[in-house]
Design a protein around this ligand. Sequence first.
Ligand SMILES: [Zn+2]
Length: 473
Amino acid sequence: MTPPSTAVPAALVEEWVAAADEVDAFEVALSLAAKVSRDDEAELDRARLLLMVGRPGEALAVLARQHFVELPAEPGASWPYLLLAACRAAVGDDDAYRRLLSVVAMVPGRWEPLYLVGAAAEQRGDYGTADQAWTALVQVHHVVTRFTLARFLAGVLARRDRDDSRATLRAVVEEFLVRDPDLRTNPRPILAAAENLRRRGDHAGSALLLRAAGSRLPGVDALQATTIRRPAPLRWMHVPLLAVAAAIAVWCDLPPLVLAGLVPVLVVRGIAARSRVRGFSAADSAAWRAALRWRQGPTARSVDTEQMLVGGLVAAIVCTASVPIAGAFAGAVAGRPAAIARTVQYAAVSGLVFAALSVLLTGAGLGLLALARRHNWRTERRARQASDRYRLSDAGDCRCWRTTALTGSYAAAYLGRHLTPAMPGSALGRCPSTGALWLATTDEENGQLLLLRGADRPASDPSAQPKTANGYL
Ligand SMILES: [Zn+2]
């Protein structure tokens, strides 16, 4: 939806700007701010927004128009100079960066300067410092937006355990799911985190995140499209190896001998499990393979040792029992072997029959697994739908008196259930209780609906209000 083109009081737009800023929708705030003529303080805000969207050069130009050009000799914590130091640091000024950090150190416990430090450090490529700023915002100050969450979790993944990255990878994906209820319909934070990792040179981390998220959220097309496809190695290699063993077992008339074929199967699998994915460390390669197994959903995502033993036993019984069947087939085709040539034919036919049986049984097993996964996904989806219903159950109740901005699915539910259209054809919704005017717009960066609250006063007939040169759009 586009902002209304009809006359809207500038004060109202200022409130929408502040509301967009509150949920870190910096691009939306900037584009709204550009529509009104603003005072000096608002210009400082615009410089900050420009820094946050990665345009520090333009931010410096705005600050220069406000006569903030040189940093004072004495370090002080005045906001404009802090902002100036951050913008100059972002374009590569080392001295300004040092001064920014030393001034922020003088005001511990404040969350606002953390945004400046995070943005400046990130734009300079100092991801270690940026990570600390985003981590403090999320974990200490509980500022959780799509902007901070993606950066915070990218930082967590970038610092993953070099010996075992599986646990970190899984924790990061689960944290995304817990913190952002709209992730399944809109995975932008994960894509942003992957991009963040790629920018800092951690290509393995970026690929791991996309793969793990793609496995965990199999229905999300945007993630599937970005996941690098690599062939699953040696998935069916057990069939020819076991077929050779079966041929020998039939030839010797000793069915349990087929289990000897499991030895090369296990050896080859062991080698495959230890081989590295190109460009990945050993731990990352292990995480890469583990991520595929997370597809089943939370109700049954892993196989424990007991289940593996039972499965192995069943496989051994099935393998052994298949040998006499293969022998009977071979006997029917080639008769009892007496000469060398007939023995070879006998062994070849029994091996082929055994291979066909293996393919059939493996296919059936994979089919059953697919059914189990499907069931798990359905269970998970039902649980998610129930939790979504609960989460949105109060979207019809007025919260205009305490909330200034809403995002995503909650915003959509609030717009539909609580607000009434303020003007036909406009993107404005009005609260029936307080008269607050909400602007419905789209945050292009996150691809989600934004609801921004304006003045708590009814603007019943905007055209009747006096127009001034600066006061209206
Ligand atoms: Zn309301």
